[in-house]
Design a protein around this ligand. Structure first.
Ligand code: AMP
Length: 294
């Protein structure tokens, strides 16, 4: 594995891959790597001749009161984990290299960035959009792999790539969970023993909501109520949102019909946790012909 720490070095290495006809797949991360990240790396390895992983804690996606300063950083540990995988290039640029001047470009998503996580994290998805656009321009991968764990992010990146005609295929890989269901996250490292135990209620609430949809509930308010019941039973979690939205536009449908996203954000102490589950209502059972034509 080669580690490159400047944009210039990344471009030079990318040129080598191009000349050798290698298919490049990029996994963008903020580091503090766990099995969730490594599952994306393994998916990338299935698709690539040259697997790139970026590690960059992007300041433009953190709000002024968020955890940028205390966000876990362990580049040496990350490097060792990636060495053990089939990774060809670790791209770990400095903030100075990525943002030599205050960017004047602003990426908006016509309000999609203000829903769900965006409601409590103003500017977050603009920062994500900017850094992902930059990484895609620098590395120019054929495929970029993201996690379903950050479902809203994945949806907005798909739109960014489509709207800007970025020549990359976006691949979204499933969420990797701890044995008790908690979605793996770099932020789980912040959790106290009690908060860690409480945090599993989030995936239980999502599973309860999914169960309701699968049992035929068609009113999103009822699905939401099912999730709230589980969340309400865990006093150590402070709910931010529990929503039942369309996978298309992240808005609550009047009635459940198409593909849905159940999404929850909650605080365990000072740690903000998010998770989601995709669910589709079971196909309507074919109406049995009535006896006697009646
Ligand atoms: P992050 O380092 O948190 O920015 O995450 C980098 C990438 O890993 C994003 O595409 C995330 O959606 C993905 N990711 C984070 N946690 C998980 C997980 N538990 N399972 C699968 N993918 C994940």
């Amino acid at each position: 594995m080669e580690t490159v720490t400047t944009i210039a070095a990344a471009r030079a290495r990318r040129q080598q891959d191009r000349q050798a006809g290698r298919r490049v797949v990029l996994v963008p991360t903020m580091g503090a790597l766990h099995e969730g990240h490594l599952s994306l790396v393994r998916r990338a390895a299935e698709l690539a001749d040259s697997v790139w992983v970026s590690v960059f804690v992007n300041p433009t996606q953190f709000g002024p009161d968020e955890d940028l300063d205390r966000y876990p950083r362990d580049l040496a540990g990350d490097g060792a984990k990636l060495e053990a995988e089939a990774v060809d290039v670790l791209f770990a640029p400095t903030t100075q290299d990525m943002y030599p001047q205050q960017p004047v470009i602003g990426i908006g998503f016509s309000g999609l960035e203000d829903l769900l996580c965006g409601a409590s994290r103003p500017g977050h998805f603009a920062g994500v959009g900017l850094v992902v656009a930059k990484l895609l321009n620098i590395v120019q991968p054929e495929v970029a792999v993201f996690g379903q764990k950050d479902a809203q992010q994945a949806l907005l990146i798909r739109r960014l790539v489509a709207d800007l005609d970025v020549p990359v295929t976006v691949e979204v890989a499933p969420t990797v969970r701890e044995p008790d269901g908690l979605a793996m996250s770099s932020r789980n490292a912040y959790l106290s023993h009690d908060h860690r135990r409480a945090a599993s209620a989030i995936s239980r609430a999502l599973a309860r909501g999914r169960g309701a949809v699968e049992e035929g509930v068609r009113d999103p308010r009822q699905v939401r109520a099912a999730m709230l019941e589980v969340m309400g039973s865990e006093p150590l979690l402070e709910l931010e949102y529990a929503e039942c939205v369309s996978q298309q536009d992240l808005r609550t449908p009047a009635r459940i019909e198409g593909l849905l996203l159940l999404a929850i954000a909650a605080r365990a102490g000072t740690t903000r946790l998010i998770d989601n589950m995709a669910v589709s209502p079971p196909a309507a059972a074919p109406t049995a012909p009535r006896p006697n034509g009646g």
